[in-house]
Design a protein around this ligand. Structure first.
Ligand SMILES: Cc1cc2nc3c(=O)[nH]c(=O)nc-3n(C[C@H](O)[C@H](O)[C@H](O)COP(=O)(O)OP(=O)(O)OC[C@H]3O[C@@H](n4cnc5c(N)ncnc54)[C@H](O)[C@@H]3O)c2cc1C
Length: 205
């Protein structure tokens, strides 16, 4: 759709940060040329669901989550606890191990989706499982980093001369941003509904 078409209006949503990366788009009797129609007329939701399958697979963020777990380990190794480090603490190691195991399972599930894509199949309802687990793992990784950093986690983006090392400066802001992962791309409650209905074949409400 040509965004300059008559009837299209865009209203920015200003965030608490002062930035405005989001907007509301209103369509009022907008006319779209037939040549611009993707798929069949009135089958937009089918198109949207196909796109959402890809988006949810992407949101699972398998590679990103790997990097987050690596960062968590680095912070734990650099955090002194008595004569040792947080990485030597059995309870903290247990938390990291739980993340690693779930991440490995997510990766294997993601490979199945990728293998299907290589055969030309679009992601199906299993993309809801990927989104659900991937988004939770990203949040857990940053929760553990915040715990590990203690009062250092009160820092925000820092300057070069700041007290926090560069790799820790973005942790608090990213922790806050990642609260949104369980909302965007369809909230995790909605993913659970899809899994219940489409995968487990449970009856709808
Ligand atoms: C950071 C961020 C970026 C985003 N980016 C985009 C974007 O680029 N493009 C875009 O189109 N949208 C975007 N969104 C919007 C996002 O897709 C929606 O916020 C999300 O799908 C949830 O919808 P909603 O906000 O209307 O919540 P609602 O649907 O009003 O849900 C509110 C609460 O009720 C629960 N709920 C609702 N219905 C049910 C149900 N049937 N069963 C159980 N629980 C239910 C939800 O889980 C949630 O907890 C973004 C959102 C955020 C926060």
């Amino acid at each position: 759709m040509d965004m300059t078409s008559p009837g299209v209006s865009v209203k920015p949503i200003k965030l608490i940060s002062g930035f405005s990366p989001f907007c509301e788009t209103f369509l009022s009797d907008v006319r779209v040329p037939v040549k611009n129609v993707v798929g069949k007329v009135n089958a937009g939701w089918t198109m949207a669901k196909a796109l959402l399958g890809h988006e949810r697979t992407m949101i699972a963020g398998v590679g990103e989550t790997r990097r987050y777990i690596n960062l968590l380990k680095r912070i734990a190794k650099e955090t002194p606890v008595g004569a040792k480090t947080l990485m030597d603490d059995p309870q903290f190691r247990k938390r990291i191990a739980a993340l690693e195991i779930k991440h490995r399972a997510l990766m294997m599930a993601n490979y199945r989706t990728l293998a299907a894509a290589q055969l030309g199949r679009a992601p199906g309802p299993e993309s809801s499982i990927l989104k659900l687990i991937g988004s939770e793992l990203q949040q857990f990784a940053f929760e553990h980093m915040m715990d590990a950093m203690g009062h250092d986690a009160l820092g925000w983006f820092d300057s070069d001369g700041g007290a926090l090392p560069k790799h820790e400066q973005w942790v608090a802001s990213q922790y806050n941003y990642l609260r949104a992962t369980t909302i965007y791309g369809g909230s995790n409650e909605i993913q659970r509904n899809i899994i219940a209905k489409m995968i487990l074949q449970l009856p709808g409400a």
